[in-house]
Design a protein around this ligand. Structure first.
Ligand code: SAH
Ligand code: F3S
Length: 482
C-alpha cells in the first residue's frame, strides 16, 4: 500500500466535458490532491462553460490552462511546480495560452506565485471561483489577476457542477467547505478557510439530479462531515429567540444522512471524512437504519499516542478512539474502517510509534493512507515545534506502519472469501478487459468476469479468492437493489 490521498491514477488527470455548441475557447483543467479539489474543478468547468469554453485533453491547443493544486505536503507542491515547467515548454509553441492556478497552493502563496512562477497569469483561491470570469477579463487586458479572498458563506450551493471524466456511476457531492479544527500539522484551515455547511435542500436537489442522470452512488464530501450543521431556513419572526430558531431549523449530519438516504433509497450513499472527535452515535444509527448508506467509515486517527494526539490538537485520546471503534463494531458489525496516519510528527518517540502500531493492531483497519510528517509553513506545528525526527527514522516508522497495514488488509480481505457480497460495477478492471471492477459497501474492490453485466449494475458476487487489496469472485446474478 503506497502513500496516497485518493486513487493515484487520478492525480493530474485532465477533465473532459461534453462540448457546448458555439463555445470557441478551449480549456485544459487538471487536478491534484483530495476529492474536494476534483469536485471543485467540476464547479470551475461549469462556470467556464457559460463563458464560452469547451474542455480539451490537449494541452497544446488550450487557450486557458487551469491547475487545481494541493498544499497538504511538500511533495504535492513539488508535483505542481513540475507541471508548471511543462506548461512553460508548451507556451513556447502556443504563446497565447494563459495559465491559472487554483486551490490550496494559490491560497497559500497568493500573489507570490506570480513572482515565483513567471508562467502564471491568474491565481484563484478555493472561495473565489465565481470571480474567474472577471479575473479572465483582467488577464485579457494584460493585467495579472489574483483573488484569494476566503469567504464565510460561499458553498457553491447554487452551481450545479458538470461531471467530468467520471465513470457515470459514482459522484461526489460537497456538503461542507473549510475546516475549523486547527490540527497543528495541517494547512487546510489556512487554505480553505472557515467551515461552512451547505443548504440541505440544494444537496438533496443535486443528489436527485444525479439519480436522474443514472448515477448509482454518491459520496458526501467535507473535511469533517460530522460537524455539518445547517441552521438557515425558517423565518426569524416566527421564533421567540435565536436559540429556539436554531433548534427548530437545524439539520445535523445524522439528519442530513437520513434525508439523503430517504430521497434516493436505491442510491448508495457514502461520506468522507469523519473526524473521531465529532462523530456521534446518531450517525452510526442513521447508517444502521438505512440499508443504502454504505457500512464504511474513513476515520483518520493520525497517531496512536495520546501525547502526540494532544500535540496535534486532535480532541480525543487513544482510549476515546477505542471506545468509538467499539461503538462502531457494536452498532455496525460488518463496517469497513480505514485510517490516515502520520509517521514522525515532531517529538514522536519510539514508544509513541509503538502506540500507533498497537492501536492499528486493535482496530485492524481495512486499509489506510499513510504519510511521513511534512512541515507546512504557517501551521502551529511549524511555529511551535521543531521538525526533529530524522528523515531516516520517519521513513522507517512509515514503512513499519505500511507493512502492518498490509497485513491487516490481507486479514480483512480474507474474511470475505466464501461470502457473497453486493458489488456496484464501476469500470473495467485495470488488469484485464475481460473483467469488471466495483466495490462492496465496505469499500473493498472486487474484480470478476464481465459476462452480460455493465457499469452501474448492482450484482451479487461470490468471493473465491483475494489479494491484500482486492477480492476476486464470480457474479451470481443481479442484486435486488438493481
Ligand atoms: N479532514 C481531512 C484531512 C485532510 S488532509 C479529510 O477530509 O480527509 C488528509 C490527510 O493528510 C490527513 O488526514 C493527514 O493524515 C495527512 N496530512 C495532513 N497534513 C499533513 C502533514 N503536514 N504532513 C503529513 N501528512 C499530513
Ligand atoms: Fe486538517 Fe484536521 Fe481539518 S487534518 S482538514 S485541520 S480536521
Amino acid at each position: 500500500m503506497e502513500e496516497k490521498i485518493i486513487d493515484e491514477s487520478k492525480q493530474g488527470q485532465s477533465l473532459t466535458l461534453e462540448a457546448k455548441e458555439g463555445n470557441k475557447r478551449k480549456l485544459y483543467i487538471e487536478s491534484y490532491g483530495c476529492q474536494m479539489n476534483f469536485s471543485d474543478s467540476e464547479i470551475v468547468a461549469s462556470i467556464l462553460t457559460e463563458q464560452g469554453f469547451n474542455t480539451t485533453q490537449h494541452l497544446e491547443e488550450a487557450d486557458l490552462v487551469l491547475v487545481n493544486t494541493c498544499s497538504i505536503r511538500d511533495k504535492a507542491e513539488q508535483t505542481v511546480r513540475k507541471r508548471l515547467e511543462k506548461y512553460n515548454a508548451v507556451k513556447k509553441i502556443n504563446p497565447k495560452m494563459k495559465v491559472g492556478v487554483l486551490g490550496c497552493m494559490a491560497e497559500r502563496l497568493k500573489s507570490k506565485f506570480l513572482e515565483e512562477e513567471k508562467i502564471v497569469d491568474m491565481v484563484v483561491g478555493p472561495d473565489a471561483y465565481k470571480d474567474i470570469p472577471n479575473l479572465l477579463q483582467e488577464v485579457e487586458e494584460g493585467r495579472d489577476a489574483v483573488n484569494v479572498i476566503l469567504s464565510k458563506e460561499e458553498t457553491y450551493g447554487d452551481i450545479s457542477p458538470v461531471r467530468l471524466g467520471g465513470n457515470g456511476v459514482t459522484a461526489f457531492v460537497s456538503i461542507t467547505r473549510g475546516c475549523d479544527n486547527m490540527c497543528t500539522f495541517c494547512v487546510v484551515p489556512f487554505t480553505r478557510g472557515r467551515e461552512r455547511s451547505r443548504d440541505p435542500q440544494s444537496i438533496i436537489q443535486e443528489v436527485n439530479e444525479l439519480a436522474e442522470k443514472g448515477y448509482k452512488e454518491i459520496t458526501l464530501l467535507g473535511q469533517n462531515v460530522d460537524s455539518y450543521l445547517w441552521y438557515g431556513g425558517g423565518l426569524k419572526k416566527d421564533f421567540k429567540n435565536a436559540s429556539e430558531m436554531q433548534k427548530a431549523t437545524a439539520t445535523n449530519f445524522a439528519q442530513l444522512l437520513d434525508m439523503v438516504a430517504m430521497a434516493q433509497p436505491k442510491m448508495r450513499i457514502r461520506f468522507s471524512t469523519s473526524n473521531p472527535q465529532d462523530m456521534t452515535e446518531d450517525v452510526l444509527h442513521a447508517m444502521a437504519k438505512h440499508q443504502n448508506i454504505c457500512n464504511y467509515i474513513h476515520l483518520p486517527v493520525q497517531s496512536g499516542s495520546t501525547r502526540i494526539l494532544k500535540e496535534m490538537n486532535r480532541q480525543h485520546t487513544r482510549e476515546e478512539y477505542f471506545q468509538l471503534i467499539d461503538k462502531v463494531r457494536e452498532i455496525l458489525p460488518d463496517c469497513g474502517i480505514s485510517q490516515d496516519m502520520i509517521a514522525g510528527f515532531p517529538t514522536e518517540t519510539e514508544e509513541d510509534h509503538q502506540d500507533t502500531l498497537s492501536l492499528m493492531e486493535y482496530v485492524k483497519y481495512d486499509f489506510g493512507f499513510m504519510f511521513m510528517y511534512s512541515e507546512r509553513p504557517g501551521t502551529l506545528a511549524e511555529r511551535k515545534l521543531e521538525d526533529d525526527i530524522p528523515e531516516a527514522t520517519k521513513k522507517r516508522r512509515l514503512q513499519e506502519i505500511i507493512t502492518l497495514q498490509q497485513k491487516h488488509s490481507a486479514y480483512r480481505t480474507q474474511q470475505f472469501v466464501g461470502q457473497t457480497v453486493e458489488v456496484l460495477i464501476e469500470k473495467e478492471s485495470k488488469k484485464s478487459d475481460q473483467d469488471w471492477s466495483g466495490r462492496t459497501p465496505q469499500n473493498t474492490v472486487v474484480v470478476f468476469a464481465k459476462e452480460h453485466y455493465k457499469p452501474g449494475d448492482f450484482v451479487m458476487v461470490k468471493i473465491n479468492d483475494c489479494t491484500s487489496t482486492t477480492l476476486l469472485g464470480e457474479a451470481l446474478g443481479y442484486s435486488e437493489n438493481n
